[in-house]
Design a protein around this ligand. Structure first.
Ligand SMILES: *[C@@H]1O[C@H](CO)[C@@H](O)[C@H](O)[C@H]1NC(C)=O
Ligand SMILES: *[C@@H]1O[C@H](CO)[C@@H](O)[C@H](O)[C@H]1NC(C)=O
Ligand SMILES: *[C@@H]1O[C@H](CO)[C@@H](O)[C@H](O)[C@H]1NC(C)=O
Length: 388
């Protein structure tokens, strides 16, 4: 059975059957020897949504010298089918990710113009340290923190083949993606014997996401239309931002719940991370992320994480990493969003907020009272992490 057929078949079965099928699938494959294990590449999917701090988390991985990182490869799929829906595109996105994890970049042929390509044909390629440093681009050493701005100026002319070479020469392939609204499409990847997939599920307070989406609405317009899909015509324009958030929040709940139905062995390949916990304890949380996938927290990365989360970061733009004053920024919705909007959003995202551990506010006064900590226990997290 081909992977695609298997994927389609799984989609048609109930969740109980899926779990059973996963068990069978796992036990059929003989266990790998220690030697084989240590040589196998590790694949990491940072699974998140728009404006949730995923560029920063992507950078945490991408700056590591053992990692080949790409930011949102599925952008190419969505921008090719702008009048489709997220659900219709799930399988194409899944298959694209699988190919990229295996360093087969020919998959982009379907989504790029024919003819000679540069590595700069890739969306946000300059966010990838591997494409911005030696041996791909000799201006910058591999063991230094890479700057997307400098990289864009000096490294864009490399041929597209370099992407595949760079990918194959790293032991870790990390992809950040925001274009999955369900986990089901990903099940076959979790049990695929040619992959060694780990999922980092990153979420953020929907109220902060909403505020950030408002500020970058123009940049997110095409994506938001695809998220709204068939609802685009039926939902009033002023309600669309809330409806998009409702869909996104529901997808976060579905993903978190779907994980809990998986066999224990697969649950261990999943890590749940709240952006707020990361900004409160950047070093401890980064350490947790690295440990999860098996990366060493190198000294220059420690200094860098400390620096960027303490006000020595980069500029602010929808696709740029910015953890500057991250703690303050993560609370900004509390004084910049009117309570009426917060209240309407809480109605759309209440279930997600309860599950992910974000307390709702019931008055303008509570919203503005910064001594009220709105981050609480999440049943998924098991515990709230704090640094120091
Ligand atoms: C961290 O900041 C210090 C002080 O500004 C600077 O000297 C150092 O190069 C920075 N290190 C990294 C890895 O960003
Ligand atoms: C956070 O930002 C707001 C608005 O920019 C500012 O008024 C406030 O003083 C800042 N607080 C801290 C602790 O930096
Ligand atoms: C703010 O919240 C704290 C903690 O719940 C409470 O003690 C205090 O009275 C509140 N202040 C205002 C002005 O509501």
């Amino acid at each position: 059975m081909t992977l695609l057929k298997k994927g389609k078949l799984l989609m048609f079965l109930g969740s109980q059957v899926i779990v059973a099928a996963l068990f069978v699938h796992m036990s059929v494959h003989r266990p790998l020897s220690q030697r084989e294990k240590s040589r196998r590449p590790v694949h990491v999917l940072v699974l998140s949504s728009w404006r949730s701090g995923s560029s920063f988390v992507g950078q945490l991985f991408g700056q590591h010298p053992d990692v080949f990182y790409l930011m949102e490869p599925a952008w190419h799929v969505w921008m090719t089918f702008t009048s489709s829906t997220a659900w219709k595109l799930h399988m194409a996105v899944r298959d694209l990710l699988r190919s990229v994890f295996l360093c087969d970049m020919s998959v982009f042929d379907a989504y790029m113009n024919p003819g000679p390509r540069k590595q700069s044909s890739l969306f946000q390629w300059e966010q990838s340290r591997a494409l911005c440093s030696a041996p791909v681009c000799d201006f910058f050493p591999a063991h230094e923190i890479s700057s997307p701005k400098h990289c864009r100026l000096l490294c864009g002319q490399q041929p597209f083949d370099m992407v595949e070479k760079a990918c194959r020469s790293h032991g870790f392939v990390v992809l950040k993606e925001v274009r999955f609204l369900s986990l089901q499409a990903l099940y076959p990847l979790l049990t695929d014997p040619s992959l060694n997939l780990h999922i980092v599920h990153l979420v953020r307070d929907p109220r902060a996401v909403f505020r950030s989406r408002e500020q970058t609405a123009a940049e997110l317009m095409v994506d938001s239309r695809i998220v709204l899909g068939q609802h685009l015509e039926t939902i009033k324009e002023e309600d669309q931002p809330y409806y998009a958030m409702k869909i996104i929040c529901k997808s976060q709940v579905d993903i978190a719940k779907a994980i809990q139905t998986l066999p224990e062995a697969l649950q261990q390949r999943y890590l749940f991370l709240r952006y707020e916990d990361l900004v409160r304890a950047p070093l401890a949380q980064t350490s947790r992320l690295y440990k999860f996938v098996g990366l060493d927290f190198l000294p220059h990365l420690r200094t860098w994480v400390h620096n960027v989360t303490r006000g020595k970061g980069m500029g602010q733009h929808a696709f740029h990493t910015n953890a500057r004053n991250a703690l303050n920024v993560s609370q900004a919705w509390r004084w910049s969003l009117p309570y009426e909007k917060v209240s309407q959003l809480q109605d759309a995202c209440g279930e997600a907020m309860d599950l992910l551990g974000y307390l709702q506010v019931r008055s303008q006064q509570d919203q503005g009272n910064l001594t009220l900590d709105l981050l609480s226990f999440s049943p998924i997290l098991g515990q709230v992490f704090r640094e120091g």
